[in-house]
Design a binder for this molecule. Structure first.
Ligand SMILES: Cc1ncc(COP(=O)(O)O)c(C=O)c1O
Length: 394
């Protein structure tokens, strides 16, 4: 690879694609538009409406979980996951260093402390071999994350959690439709939290879900997400003659009905959308595997990923010029996340020395475009641009 090669668009050469290929694009079709139109015409707009309930029922069936609740985001689902537990102030929660700020916000919004765990340098998921050292008398929970949709090593995490009596909140924001040892993510922890943000495989623009098999936790969720009231039973049981009670310090996390309808339409095609992502990922792997300088994504043992993100790992110190060069070729590449400890707000939680796995992973991470509507010409432009920039024959 040569940064000075004159054929590269960044040095004045002809770009592989004149039009910039974005890194993600939501997949929306006529069924989505029709579902939204019908929901608008129904005039039921507010939260926890019939379409929301239909979406929740569909989600529970699809995942194979007893309870699923639609929320306004995954961030609030993570908040809820801790709000329903009432852990003593300053208890500790272990989360990966390589994650989005929302994973930390769940505990922090509930007066808990976070301890950062290092991650596997090849896939960005919590490094289970370094987990136990972080457990103290104050530890109450672990929050593994499925980076890129690739499931964390949940068997080992659950074994450790059981040994120390810890609560497991699985941040499945990115892994809708992924599975681990034959079970869908969402069924592998005490509670799991999904995101339906505009960038996710299944989207309602903004949105999320909290899911669990635990009946007692579910009862608390339905109260806390509806401002700490039992309005949900008032709506569903029809026995309280218009009266419902204010019971706790909750918040407003119920999602509105139009987005419930969009969720139903999106869920109906999640398998198809994920299959298209898998096709693209397999194409990238096939076309790029001969490039010795880069590594392909490492998928956890006995897991299936939903290919929410496709990334390559490039040599340390090279990623920013490669990113600029790919963008000049018309292929939008990106780096995300920056490890938490590298952000000012979380910098007191450790240094690069403490998180060698996260720094190595982040040091090489370059994301490439992946979404169901990426057509064959665009897919080829992506692999052509990577090969060109890295000095491999096209
Ligand atoms: C691991 C993780 N957790 C939580 C979130 C927050 O999701 P939301 O935007 O739905 O709040 C994200 C967002 O991308 C995420 O990647």
């Amino acid at each position: 690879m040569s940064q000075n090669d004159n054929s590269l668009a960044i040095n004045g050469g002809r770009p592989v694609s004149k039009k910039v290929i974005p890194i993600h694009k939501p997949y929306l079709d006529k069924d989505d538009s029709e579902a939204v139109r019908k929901a608008v015409e129904s005039t039921f707009l507010s939260g926890d409406g019939p379409a929301c309930k239909e979406f929740e029922k569909g989600l529970a069936t699809y995942l194979g979980v007893k309870h699923a609740y639609f929320t306004t985001s995954c961030t609030v689902a993570l908040d809820l996951a801790f709000r329903i537990k009432n852990f003593p102030r300053d208890s500790e929660v272990i989360i990966p260093d390589f994650t989005y700020t929302s994973t930390a916000l769940g505990p922090l919004l509930n007066n808990l402390r976070v301890r950062l765990a290092d991650v596997d340098s090849e896939n960005g998921n919590i490094d289970v071999n370094k987990l136990e050292n972080l457990i103290t008398e104050k530890t109450v929970a672990i929050v593994p994350v499925d980076y890129a949709g690739n499931p964390a090593d949940m068997d080992k995490i659950n074994q450790i959690a059981k040994r120390y009596n810890l609560y497991v909140v699985h941040d499945t924001a990115q892994s809708m439709g992924s599975s681990y040892k034959g079970k869908k993510t969402g069924t592998l922890a005490d509670v799991s939290t999904f995101s339906f943000h505009g960038t996710k495989n299944l989207t309602t623009g903004e949105g999320g879900a909290i899911v669990t098999d635990d009946d007692e936790l579910a009862k608390k969720i339905i109260i806390m997400r509806e401002k700490g009231t039992n309005k949900h039973s008032f709506l569903t049981d029809n026995i309280s003659r218009g009266y419902y009670e204010y019971m706790d310090i909750g918040n407003s996390y119920v999602q509105f009905n139009i987005l419930g309808a969009l969720g139903v339409a999106q869920l109906a095609k999640i398998e198809r959308m994920n299959a298209e992502r898998a096709k693209i990922a397999n194409f990238y792997i096939q076309e790029l595997s001969d490039i010795a300088a880069i590594k392909m994504p490492k998928i956890s043992a006995k897991a299936n990923t939903n290919w929410h993100i496709f990334y390559i790992l490039v040599p340390a110190g090279q990623k920013y010029w490669i990113l600029d060069a790919l963008r000049a070729e018309g292929v939008y590449s990106n780096v995300h996340y920056t490890p938490l400890h590298r952000n000012k707000f979380y910098s007191h939680l450790g240094t690069d020395e403490n998180f060698k796995g996260a720094m190595k992973f982040f040091g090489g991470l370059l994301r490439l475009p992946i979404y169901p509507s990426l057509n064959e010409t665009e897919r080829t432009c992506v692999t052509t641009a990577v090969r060109k920039v890295l000095g491999y024959s096209i």
